[in-house]
Ligand binder design. Structure first.
Ligand SMILES: [Zn+2]
Length: 112
């Protein structure tokens, strides 16, 4: 029989519940910490600063932020285009009679 029980433990460093193989703290070589903290300590030991550690560990999160930014950019782009279009639409409605009188055909409307 295989031992399929997923062990969960609370990391003493960050206080988060994690499951899977724990990492051994590099500071005392006996404390079991979560894989993220293990990565943090490993990165710190090679001189990676805290901000960069979080960037490496939270790689998936930063991707989500990028997706959010893209959505915001698209929304702003949509508003921007809508704002640009408003004068055109207003102009087209106001001057429809003028166009009809001057050219009196659907040619202009098609071009428009
Ligand atoms: Zn931790």
């Amino acid at each position: 029989m295989k031992d399929n029980i997923i062990r969960t433990a609370v990391c003493p460093l960050c206080g988060r519940t994690y499951h899977g193989a724990p990492a051994l703290s590099r500071e005392d070589n006996k404390t079991l910490i979560c894989p993220d903290c293990g990565t943090r300590q490993a990165l710190r030991s090679i001189g990676v600063d805290t901000a960069e550690q979080e960037q490496i560990i939270g790689g998936d999160k930063s991707k989500f932020v990028m997706v959010d930014n893209m959505e915001w950019f698209n929304v702003f782009g949509l508003i921007f285009i809508a704002v640009i279009m408003i004068p055109n639409v207003v102009f087209a409605i106001k001057c429809k009679d003028g166009f009809d009188n001057k050219w009196n055909n659907k040619y202009v409307e098609v071009i428009e």
